[in-house]
Write a protein that binds this ligand. Sequence first.
Ligand code: ADP
Ligand code: MG
Length: 351
Amino acid sequence: MAYPFRQKSRPVIREFDLIRALHKRHGHRTPSVIQGIGDDAAIITSRAGQWTVLTTDLLAEGVHFDLRTATMVDIGFRAAAANLSDIAAMGGTPQHLLAALAIPPTGTSRQVHQLYRGMMAACRPHHVGLIGGDTSASCSGWFLSLTLIGMAPPRQALFRSRARIGDLLYVTGTIGDALAGLRILNEPPARMKQHPPNTALSTRHRQFLIERHLRPTARVAEGRWLSAHRFATSAIDISDGLSGDLRHICEESHVGAEINLRALPLSPACRAYAASRKLDPLDLALSGGEDYELLFSVSPRQQSRLEQTALKQGFPLTCIGTTRPLRFGIQALSPHGRYHRLADTSYKHFT
Ligand code: ADP
Ligand code: MG
């Protein structure tokens, strides 16, 4: 794309100055990087016999984020967390990041730097370095596509397709929080007044939920741990909502599932939000994506060892159900003790 291009009363972004600045700020080297930013392509070494794990994600302004409710730092952070979470769900260790960016006419280099600040803040705890990317102009809105490269020891990776009938289903952390956070951000300010003080959400809960939406934590350590100990027979990250992501495991593994709704891990903040808005928190937990928690299956023989070590490691896990034969379908056991088919209420593009 032709650069620099004119922007109405805004400083012109100079592509190569921008790339040089990104390189200087974020292009740190690790021993496995032979060539980082600055050539036609990056070169990395990989340890002999290790598997390479790759994932990519595209975020489009207006579809995945809204600049009225999220800062550029938040958007960068969330984009990186989504990719880290994909590697986590495979039981891999994330290592290298590539970032492709399309900047709208209103965009500034300051915003680009903020975006990278968020991305690298999510990556830093995992020692993931930026090794390349691409920069273009966009005629309409921001686009950010991240590619994350990682590794996994051979035969330790976690797949969606290996759950067996009778396995226990677990989730990490709590679910539904990010959706509640997103809904809070999208509420018109006046709406707060409609809630009498006794049902209003405390500032602490409100902030917790917004934080869960804007700054999700990928369960990288948990994914590595599940794969290294061979605890999980299958795994997926909850990016679109439990009711849909569970379906992926069931379809790929050719099993059915029974979910105990009473067991779903809900945070006190999510419960408080649901109560204050007269919603069922279970709906948030079943349809809310972007918590980036892991859903995984475990052989019942591993249950006590899994739960004991999780406790020692401080990994929050909850058993939410069991896999069943395919013909059972996917059913939920309601808090009233009745079974019903679990509807897929997860997030869908194009609908
Ligand atoms: P080419 O024309 O060969 O695509 P570029 O000029 O786009 O090369 O890129 C030069 C170098 O800068 C490459 O190493 C590329 O990976 C890196 N790069 C370009 N844009 C970005 C970006 N937005 N973030 C990180 N690295 C980038
Ligand atoms: Mg390029």
